[in-house]
Design a protein. Structure first.
Length: 129
């Protein structure tokens, strides 16, 4: 059984990588399309900066959580800031058209421990050891 080849809106990855950013924007949903068209120059600068870092085998680190993933980024490993630390993310074809911030959560799940002494009325009757 052969693996199913990934298509994005009917186009293969090789075709998408050949597209300009503005041409790729036409395949996106309305909100992402508008963002890409507004940020086209910013995305192109980001791509150039990342390609230079990849050529030097340096990691890519960014705080640009609103940046939209374009086809030229597929296969890259980017560390995205969550407000406290940089979380590494591997970009694959399933992430096309999404924003960086969608893959790095800024809030953690709250994990409470057992209540301490004096937290409830019944805890004052427990033995302290």
């Amino acid at each position: 059984m052969a693996l199913k080849e990934f298509n994005f809106k009917g186009k293969k990855i090789e075709e998408l990588k050949a597209l300009d950013i503005r041409e790729f924007a036409k395949l996106l949903t309305a909100r992402e399309r508008r963002s890409v068209l507004r940020q086209a120059e910013k995305i192109e600068k980001f791509l150039k900066r990342c390609e230079k870092r990849l050529a030097k085998n340096k990691p890519i680190r960014t705080q640009e959580r609103e940046m939209i993933i374009v086809p030229k980024m597929i296969g890259w490993e980017i560390s995205i800031h969550n407000g406290k630390e940089f979380i590494p993310i591997k970009l694959n074809d399933e992430t096309l058209g999404h924003r960086f911030g969608e893959f790095v959560m800024t809030r953690r799940k709250v994990e409470h421990s057992a209540p301490g002494i004096g937290a409830t009325r019944s805890s004052s009757f427990l033995s302290v050891k």
